[in-house]
Design a protein around this ligand. Structure first.
Ligand SMILES: *Cc1c(COP(=O)(O)O)cnc(C)c1O
Length: 336
């Protein structure tokens, strides 16, 4: 796997740290938990979309684009990192936000990621949940072309074979770090949504023949659909790297038991996980992805899903800025 063959612009502070979480490991009574800090990629408060955007924005520049267009949920970390990347590279950015939760709360619609989209100079347009967002992006692309601009449309979450290269890169980086630390990784766990993160990781880890199993904790789709989405994209990513056939279907595993009522809708487990991580490791998770991913990991640890001697790495995909869009769900700590 030779990623330098693909166009890339540097946007992230890489490599991100790989750290132990001794306090959380102790609280749960094992396994040995570690965290790969992709919340620290640096671009506009960081997150997993930065790695994908290194390859997507390079492709946009190579194609002569002057405007990038993308879409996501209202509190989209992907939209915010795209707006930031565009600002840094001198491109215009148009953002389309789908109100999947139906919330009209002031914080949800104006703070957190939305505030940062605007700070980075990207106009946002809101659409009701269920809108055909790909069609909506094509309409905006036509508007840009009509004004003489050159649009580049980035799919939701940056999840195509180009964006997923960012997580092939993460797989290479993680294995190198673990080898340096003499850390045997028994499991890698992370939140999975639009599938590009898990697809890139699985393609990369399988391409390296690392034998590290990946578990995606779903935040939206039911398990069969999520696994199918990840598997398809992992195969496309392997094809894109000229490594067709390196991903076996059974290497794509998702657990979608922690979604709750739906995408972006709080669960008790998510709130508990955010509180625990903030108070044991001083790590900030987010309500939509990493909070539910960690809720899944904590529950699986409590249920004895892992061996006590296992080394389990949680990939922190970022998103803590969205905490400010979900202000009301956390109880203040009372003085006693
Ligand atoms: C987008 C996102 C994810 C999910 O990554 P996908 O590549 O879309 O599956 C996880 N965590 C955070 C914080 C995200 O913003």
């Amino acid at each position: 796997m030779h990623l330098a063959r693909f166009p890339r612009v540097r946007l992230g502070h890489l490599p991100t740290p790989l750290e132990a979480m001794p306090n959380l490991s102790k609280l749960l009574g094992g396994p040995n938990l570690y965290v790969k800090r992709d919340d620290c990629t640096g671009l506009s408060s960081g997150g997993n979309k930065t790695r994908k955007l290194e390859f997507l924005m390079a492709d946009a520049l190579q194609k002569g684009a002057d405007t990038v267009i993308t879409q996501g949920a209202v509190q989209s970390n992907h939209a915010r990192q795209t707006a930031a990347a565009a600002a840094k590279l001198g491109l215009k950015c148009q953002i389309l936000l789908e109100n999947r939760t139906g919330s009209n709360a002031v914080d949800y619609c104006g703070s957190g990621n939305v505030l940062l989209d605007h700070l980075h100079g990207a106009p946002t347009r809101m659409f009701p949940g269920g809108t055909d967002m790909n069609a909506a992006m094509e309409k905006v692309a036509d508007e840009v072309r009509a004004k003489g601009g050159k649009p580049y449309v980035i799919v939701g979450g940056g999840s195509n074979a180009i964006g997923a290269l960012g997580y092939v890169n993460c797989a290479i980086e993680l294995v190198a770090q673990a080898n340096d630390m003499n850390l045997r990784i028994d499991h890698l766990v992370h939140a999975t949504g639009s599938a590009g993160t898990q697809a890139g990781l699985v393609a990369g880890l399988e391409g390296l023949r690392s034998h590290i199993p990946v578990l995606g904790i779903g935040v939206r789709a039911p398990r069969p659909q999520q696994e199918e989405n990840v598997y398809k994209l992992a195969c496309l990513t392997a094809d894109h790297m000229d490594m067709s056939g390196c991903v076996a279907r059974e290497r794509v595993v998702a657990n979608c038991d922690y979604v709750g009522a739906g995408y972006g809708i709080p669960t008790d487990g998510m709130i508990e996980a955010i509180n625990i991580l903030a108070r044991t490791e001083a790590i900030l998770l987010d309500p939509v992805y990493s909070g539910k991913g960690m809720a899944g990991l904590i529950d699986l640890c409590r249920k004895g899903h892992f061996k006590k001697t296992d080394n389990v790495v949680f990939l922190h995909t970022g998103g803590s800025v969205a905490l400010f869009g979900y202000n009301g769900i956390f109880e203040p700590t009372r003085p006693n």
